[in-house]
Design a protein around this ligand. Structure first.
Ligand code: AMP
Ligand code: MG
Length: 486
């Protein structure tokens, strides 16, 4: 267990030099307060939990103090935003403070979001507001607890520094942890500016730091691209299986590690709706829930394009064909687990599609359905759940087949429940829950966001005194409009 002052830095990305990032110091926010911190994330840095209460912790993560070994830098990137190419983006309000090397030999990027203007801020203020920082914090730690690959979040600090969005708000900072902050857009930047030597340097860096197993392959760059495709297929399968809608799948928000990254107007589905658009600014539904699968492949193609100076176009194209079958396999696997099915049957894909159509037409709560399905035997659970469906004939046909299929698995109800509850969260980060916690935090009460974080960090556990967090949204919380404003 380490003190804050004992962390070891090894800033590999900074050493790549000024073509990849620019030195910028954080600009502190006034009267900083610690809103919420994650013990789980602190463990990644071997940080003693007591350090979270150390005033130095808040000072550092509100930009007032910095380790002498840190080398804060704003990274350059570009990217396709809503399908159109923006030639230069970059860290406009976040800084890579440095890379902490932990006792397990892992490097963790410390990225302070909301740290003030940088050369990439364009006309904006370099700040982040409290509500978006809390939303990213809650989601990062919750997705991790759900078993979904994601960047992590160590803490949120709030301040009295004013920022102007649709109204006056207070500036906040989020400390994000990830093994890397390189995005698809980082490669696109060097490709489209025709700096192919630098592109190769970046690819070599990522290969050595994060995909070293690909070095021994006959074609390391191609092997890395295939591995990235595999990881994306697995990540998107998790999103679709757990009802997570990212909202802004621009290529600058796609991590090169295949982890969920850059949380904006995301949502978990309440009622199942394949067409759900969680980003109020997404007029055409480019990033709707069901579009996430083809968009992920589109984004991988954009990355492939950026790699054409290093890998043959035919090989890149062929690799892209791997995405859908890999996605399908992961998705089926996850959905079988959610349905409590141990064995695979060739009709499972149809079974799942039929169920989702029924859930959609009857507006069934996506999280509660699967949890309840495991509560009692398949027969008893279906008899109870039937009450919620409007297409009774449709549900009866589906459930008769499902009950028969479940009986073939041959384990006891006790085993089935344990298995299913380990795959089906009781608690999910519903927009309305985040909203309640945000409103309290904006009024200076941080207890609700801390409690929500606690509950959501054990989403599969029964937490008897926390039942209220497992409820469907009240009317006011059903159609909250979350935009890109952050
Ligand atoms: P995002 O929508 O958060 O993924 O950001 C897209 C781009 O806009 C990135 O280059 C960000 O750094 C930049 N950006 C977003 N908000 C701000 C802000 N308040 N100040 C400066 N840059 C920003
Ligand atoms: Mg972004």
């Amino acid at each position: 267990m380490k003190l804050l002052t004992d962390l070891t830095f090894d800033n590999r990305f900074a050493r790549l030099g000024d073509s990849f990032s620019t030195e910028v110091n954080p600009e502190p926010i006034s009267d900083p307060k610690l809103v919420v911190a994650s013990l789980g994330a602190a463990t990644l840095l071997d940080l003693d939990p007591k350090e979270l209460d150390n005033p130095l912790f808040t000072e550092i993560f509100a930009g007032h103090k910095l380790w002498s070994e840190a080398e804060p830098r704003a990274m350059v990137y570009s990217g396709h935003q809503f399908g159109g190419y923006t030639p230069r983006l970059g860290d406009g309000r976040g800084l890579l403070l440095g890379e902490v090397l932990n006792d397990s030999g892992e490097h963790w990027d410390l990225h302070l979001k909301g740290a003030g203007p940088t050369p990439y801020s364009r006309m904006a203020d370099g700040r982040a507001v409290l509500r978006s920082s809390i939303r990213e914090f809650l989601a990062s730690e919750h997705l991790h607890a759900l078993g979904i690959a994601t960047s992590r979040a160590l803490c949120v600090t709030s301040s009295s520094t004013p920022v102007w969005r649709e109204k006056r708000e207070n500036a906040a900072m989020l400390l994000r942890l990830a093994r890397s902050h390189v995005r698809f857009g980082s490669f696109e930047y060097f490709y489209y500016t025709k700096q192919h030597e630098l592109l190769k340097q970046l690819v070599d860096h990522v290969l050595d730091a994060h995909y070293s197993e690909c070095r021994s392959e006959p074609e390391p760059y191609l092997a890395m691209f295939k591995t990235i495709i595999e990881r994306n297929a697995e990540m998107i399968a998790h999103w679709q299986a757990y009802g997570f809608c990212h909202g802004v799948m621009n290529t600058d928000n796609m991590s090169i590690l295949g982890i969920t990254f850059d949380y904006g107007p995301y949502a978990f589905l309440d009622d199942f709706d394949a067409r759900h658009i969680c980003n109020h600014s997404d007029d055409t539904g480019r990033y709707s829930f069901s579009n996430q699968v083809p968009i992920a492949q589109w984004n991988l193609a954009a990355l492939g394009q950026a790699l054409t100076p290093l890998v043959s176009v035919d090989q890149l194209r062929e690799s892209l064909e791997l995405f859908l079958p890999l996605y399908e396999a992961h998705y089926l696997d996850l959905m079988r687990k959610r349905l409590g099915l141990l064995t695979a049957d060739e009709n499972d894909g149809d079974r799942i599609r039929t169920l989702l159509q029924l859930m959609q037409s009857s507006a069934i709560d996506y999280t509660r359905f699967f949890r309840e399905l495991g509560d009692s035997t398949a027969e008893a659970a279906c008899a109870r759940l039937r009450e919620d469906f409007t297409d009774l004939a449709g549900f009866d046909a589906w459930s008769a087949d499902y009950i028969a299929r479940s009986q073939l698995e041959g384990d006891s109800q006790e085993q089935r429940r344990t298995r299913m509850h380990a795959a089906n969260p009781k608690y999910i980060l519903r927009n309305y829950l985040a909203q309640e916690a945000i409103e309290a935090a904006e009024a200076g009460d941080y207890a609700p966001v801390r409690e929500l974080h606690e509950v959501l960090s054990k989403p599969f556990d029964e937490q008897p005194d926390k039942e209220r967090y497992a409820q469907r949204p009240p009317d006011w919380g059903k159609h909250l409009e979350i935009s890109c404003s952050s």
